[in-house]
Write a protein that binds this ligand. Structure first.
Ligand code: ZN
Length: 346
């Protein structure tokens, strides 16, 4: 790979081509943007572009440096990441970094430290990292990778150049999925629309059969709506039952609620179209291949009911990360949506 292979982040790769060539690199960067958008990949390509012995401001992928970076085997590049199943980055990892930055590079002009999951550091680790950022040695570049900036301390952010990643357009994700998977057009189209600009998320949705799960949920809601606790039990048994850890359960619930959210969002679009006409710039539907179910629900619900259901699901999604009993949460969510479904019928 090279900078030209990075998807939809030209504003970043163009910037780095220039700064590497003109030798105007910062001591510290934060790469931020949602999960699965290419932050880690770009950190690797950025390292190659700095160390490549054949090309200036980009990588050749063939020289000794490029090959060793590709194989995570370069003595001047250090990756720090969270241990499997750990909640936070270990303070010891940051202390090791604090020591290592004081040493000279082994064979290059620079030493690069790439810290993944920077938004998952406790106070002690954050303070330790801050000390390093306050007095960075001239030959050191530190890249912090964070999905969200809200959990990174202000004092850390203020000492780094922030590099924001853009969501990848759905049509770009669709092209990638067609190239890599033997999946039908309907499935690839839905996954690329549903993945919210994250290629990593698109791969997971395909691998975990979310197109099929969404189809089953839409068929279920489209026929009988959310009218009792039976759907809550079905969701718990069918979609959350196979998850081993609490975090996997939360992720599965997040995805299922997003399926239901996008369904009601489509119902709202159909309802508005029925009332006001399609208009010149019609919003595309997530569930293009379920138009009958969407029409049926749009006929049964008022615009106010649909909006209330959407707001309720959005509110419920926020509670997933709270330390609540997941089964109780699911029952509560579906009971509330059922009440909103029937609130104006009587
Ligand atoms: Zn090279």
């Amino acid at each position: 790979m090279a900078f030209s292979d990075i998807l939809a982040q030209d504003h970043i790769t163009d910037h780095f081509r220039k700064t590497i060539t003109s030798n105007h690199l910062s001591h510290a960067y934060i790469f931020t943007g949602q999960d699965g958008i290419g932050k880690t990949l770009l950190a690797k390509e950025f390292s190659k572009a700095i160390f490549c012995s054949e090309k200036e401001g980009d990588s050749c992928n063939l020289c000794n440096n490029c090959v060793r970076i590709e194989n995570s085997n370069h003595p001047d590049i250090h990756w720090i990441e969270i241990e499997e199943k750990a909640k936070f980055l270990k303070i010891d990892s940051i202390r090791d970094l604090q020591q290592s930055v004081t040493l000279c590079p082994v064979e290059s002009n620079y030493k690069l430290f790439i810290i993944k999951d920077t938004d998952r550091m406790n106070e002690e680790a954050s303070n330790c990292l801050l000390k390093t950022l306050e007095e960075p040695p001239a030959s050191t570049i530190i890249i912090l990778i964070a999905n969200s900036l809200t959990l990174v301390k202000e004092t850390i952010k203020s000492r780094c150049q922030i590099i924001r990643f853009h969501p990848i357009p759905a049509h770009v994700i669709e092209d990638q999925l067609i190239k890599r998977f033997d999946a039908d057009a309907g499935k690839v189209g839905w996954v690329s629309r549903f993945s919210s600009g994250s290629l990593g998320s698109a791969f997971e949705l395909l691998e975990d059969n979310y197109y099929e799960k969404n189809r089953d949920i839409v068929n279920r809601i489209g026929v009988s709506g959310i009218d009792n606790l039976l759907l809550a039990e079905e969701v718990i048994d069918s979609y959350l039952g196979s998850s081993e850890t609490l975090e996997e359960k939360r992720q599965a619930l997040r995805r299922i609620l997003n399926c239901i959210l996008q369904f009601y969002r489509d119902v709202l679009v159909v309802k508005v179209r029925n009332v006001y006409g399609t208009g010149k710039k019609a919003s595309p539907l997530f569930n293009e291949d379920h138009k009958d179910a969407l029409q049926r629900c749009a006929g049964n619900l008022t615009q106010r009911q649909i909006t209330a259901i959407i707001n309720d699901i959005l509110e419920s999604i926020k509670y997933i990360d709270y330390n609540l009993n997941i089964n109780l949460l699911v029952e509560n969510i579906f009971t509330r949506i059922a009440m909103l479904n029937s609130s104006e019928r009587e």
